[in-house]
Design a binder for this molecule. Structure first.
Ligand SMILES: Nc1ncnc2c1ncn2[C@@H]1O[C@H](COP(=O)(O)OP(=O)(O)OP(=O)(O)O)[C@@H](O)[C@H]1O
Length: 754
């Protein structure tokens, strides 16, 4: 019987599902199930060990129910009943931990969603992040850095820690009372002390359940909070978060990678931090308490246990070093695994966001194949890691079980010699179980945190990334004329440092002047607009607005006075009204009195030739535009984009080929809107349409990043330079417009002047 019980206990330890599952990512409900099964197995195991000790010391008859007719029969089985009772209480603890946590999480989520809905900006709080190269080496994550991320939760962590310490004390007392009960019930029968101790034990178990629930609930609710309110990654927002990133950063960062960091990595990091911090605090308090009790139960056995531990540690360390060496292989590193997943996401994201292009080219199969290939690589990496982890865990588990067997053997002989009581041995074994569980959990914490480091590496790198273009300007002048000056500018894009796009270029646009930029494709026209918008900063030279460097102005203030309409209008999945108001709502930090009214929106839409078509839609201004504005035509989107610029009543209008993507009819409508809006404003327009260009006060021809020539239409034609040959070429392509330069057909001239 003794041997069977010991073997069964050891087997149950080896087969414990927690051990088989640990290291793998188990989805929410399954992890709860595995947690429950783990506890049941552990308790079953304790029961078997306790039973083994009782059998060894007292003989099998003590496991039989007491004879009701024999008053002198010491209630040996009652001790075991108490053990069963403590198991039931422990199961209740476990259940309460999960139940309380889930209830709190559900409530918290509900409140959070309601608040977001009220604010009407579900996506707006989502921070935006990406990858920075410069700070890479300095930014790799460490475990203390991960733990530091929990700093804002110190008060919750403190409460959880206090509850955890109380629960740990309770957990340590349960084995102590178990041993006492066995002693009072069998070795040194004392019915009164026996009953009192049983009651004490139940009280302790209840207290332990209460504090365990509180601790688990606090940690779970914090973990969920962190999940719904992601780490402070480089957002679009203002302080105290990290600064918004510059346009160059987005040139080199794939959308899929950014979204992967936003969803998968931040969730992994926040989950791991909260979960593991919980386990770390719980296990270290538990280990400290249990050690005290172990010494008081039997110093001899404690010494034996601690002679064994260094031995086991040496073996574990040797194997651990071997395991880490395997894991550090480039193909298995956590960073590599995360990168593979991010790349798979990137492929899917790219295909999904351009589904019509995929379909138009019947490229579904190759897209699927690319996605499957990335996923397969990810799966293989995960599988190899799981095999290495399984071997590591098996070794650890066997060694822990071996220590139990040796201590049990030595303890049993002490009892046989009368050097310690059977109850103390039971207590000791339970303490030892608790201690090894605590150490095991601490070991798991460190390996889980190491896994989180892989995900956190990128996340922390992004959090620390300083943008190349700092948005620190505060200038808000009382008067704003709108003079633009680009002075001796030398510029290359960060993504392509070897290609000089602008070489010592200078252009001035005086207040109220309309200046058209024309020239061959790739000459650098759009780059000038991007510098005025301060998406990038020039390598040399200056960009001034009203003779002050553009970076000195308060960014938000300036964006209301300098409006851009670009070639491809970008609308968002919200109503037309909110698309026109984009960036000017209360959530954007504007005081309510500065938020444009509905009448302002209507006026801007009228100016942009958009009012009539908007009113013809079933929901008018509340019509949803769909993702990226797919529910509207190109011309409609462009007119909404123009209304978006006009609602700001800008002093400066930047038009970057605003009609080039449109068909002839749409172009005519949009152009009419533009012609109307250009009056009485400073306008820098990149245009291909001859009528727009020739109506400009001045035409600047940009070629190879420099000003090739400038003047009025007539002056430039007369000069017979680049502009004249561009016009000639265009007219040759559109003979109907020959001789009609003042009013050319938009269809025939579309796409011409570059
Ligand atoms: N984000 C970017 N990263 C790297 N290089 C870029 C980027 N944008 C443009 N370029 C390069 O800069 C050069 C100038 O581009 P730009 O868009 O300013 O020309 P453009 O005169 O406006 O041309 P087009 O009339 O065809 O629009 C081109 O060689 C282009 O390839």
């Amino acid at each position: 019987m003794l041997h069977t019980a010991v073997v069964a206990a050891l087997l149950s330890r080896v087969m414990s599902p927690r051990r088989r599952f640990s290291g793998l990512v188990i989805p929410g409900p399954y992890s709860k199930v595995s947690h429950g099964v783990y506890w049941s197995c552990s308790l079953f195991e304790l029961l078997l060990l306790g039973k083994a000790v009782v059998v060894a010391v007292l003989g099998e008859e003590r496991l039989l129910p007491p004879d009701p007719g024999d008053a002198s029969d010491p209630p040996g089985s009652v001790g075991l009943l108490c053990m069963y009772a403590s198991i039931v209480v422990a199961l209740l603890c476990s259940f309460m931990e999960g139940w309380l946590g889930q209830r709190l999480v559900a409530r918290w989520r509900k409140q959070h969603e309601a608040a977001e809905e009220a604010a009407g900006q579900a996506g707006a709080r989502q921070p935006l992040l990406g990858k920075g190269k410069a700070a890479k080496e300095a930014d790799s994550a460490t475990i203390p850095e991960l733990i530091k991320l929990s700093a804002p939760d110190t008060h919750i962590l403190f409460m959880a820690f206090t509850a955890g310490a109380a629960a740990a004390l309770g957990q340590a007392l349960v084995p102590y009372y178990t041993g006492k009960i066995i002693d009072y019930a069998s070795i040194d029968p004392d019915p009164h002390a026996f009953r009192l101790t049983t009651l004490k034990m139940l009280g302790v178990a209840l207290g332990c359940a209460f504090f365990t629930g509180i601790r688990g609930g606090l940690f779970t609710v914090r973990a969920a909070g962190r999940r719904c309110e992601p780490l402070p990654l480089p957002p679009l927002s203002s302080p105290p978060g990290p600064p918004p990133q510059d346009a160059g950063f987005f040139d080199t960062t794939k959308t899929g990678e950014v979204t992967s960091r936003l969803s998968a990595d931040t969730t992994t990091v926040s989950d791991q931090i909260c979960l593991n911090l919980n386990v770390m605090l719980r296990s270290s308090t538990q280990a400290a308490m249990v050690l005290v009790f172990m010494f008081s139960a039997s110093w001899r056995l404690t010494v034996v246990t601690f002679v064994m531990i260094p031995l086991v540690l040496v073996i574990c360390k040797l194997y651990g070093a071997y395991y880490r060496r395997i894991r550090r292989a480039p193909c298995l590193s956590a960073v590599q695994v995360q990168t593979e997943l991010a790349e798979a996401n990137s492929v899917a994201e790219e295909a999904l966001s351009s589904m019509t292009t995929v379909k138009a080219h019947a490229a579904e199969d190759s897209t699927m194949a690319a996605y499957a290939a990335k996923l397969t690589r990810f799966y293989h990496l995960q599988r190899r890691e799981a095999v290495a982890y399984a071997a590591y865990m098996a070794t650890n588990t066997f060694l822990a079980a071996a220590v139990v067997a040796i201590v049990l053997y030595y303890g049993g002989s002490l009892v046989l010699k009368g050097a310690m009581s059977a109850g103390s041995l039971v207590s000791f074994m339970l303490f030892q179980q608790s201690l090894s569980a605590a150490f095991q959990a601490l070991g798991d914490v460190f390996s889980a945190l190491s896994a989180a480091v892989g995900a956190a590496d990128k996340v922390i790198e992004l959090m620390k990334r300083q943008p190349a273009v700092a948005e620190t300007g505060t200038l808000v002048p009382a008067a704003f004329a709108g003079k633009l000056t680009v002075q001796d500018v030398v510029f290359h894009y960060p993504a392509r440092p070897t290609l000089r796009v602008l070489s010592g270029l200078s252009v001035v646009v005086n207040p109220g002047e309309i200046v058209a930029l024309v020239g061959p494709s790739g000459g650098g026209k759009s780059s000038i607009v991007k510098l005025v918008e301060r998406f990038y900063v020039p390598e040399e030279g200056r960009v001034l607005i009203d003779d002050r460097p553009v970076g000195e102005y308060d960014r938000k203030w300036l964006k209301q006075r300098v409006a851009l309409v670009s070639q491809e209008p970008v609308l968002y999945a919200r109503s037309i009204r909110r698309n026109i108001l984009y960036g000017l709502e209360e959530q954007d930090g504007l005081p309510p009195e500065e938020v444009p009214t509905f009448a302002d929106v209507e006026e801007a839409a009228r100016l942009a030739n958009a009012h009539d078509f908007i009113c013809a839609l079933p929901d008018g201004y509340e019509t949803e535009c769909g993702e990226k504005g797919v529910q509207l035509s190109g011309g409609q989107k462009q007119r909404i984009a123009i209304a978006r610029a006009l609602v700001r009543r800008p002093a400066v209008l930047l038009l970057d080929e605003a009609t080039s993507a449109l068909d002839a009819d749409s172009e005519a409508v949009v152009q009419e809107a533009l012609d109307r809006t250009m009056k009485s404003r400073t306008v820098l327009v990149i245009a291909h349409r001859l009528s727009t260009v020739q109506d400009a006060h001045r035409i600047v021809v940009i070629q190879h990043g420099q000003v090739a020539e400038q003047g009025t239409h007539d002056q430039l034609l007369e000069a017979g330079g680049t502009y004249a040959s561009l016009v000639r070429r265009q007219l040759a392509r559109a003979p109907s417009a020959a001789g009609l330069l003042p009013s050319p057909s938009s269809a025939s001239l579309a796409g011409g002047l570059h």
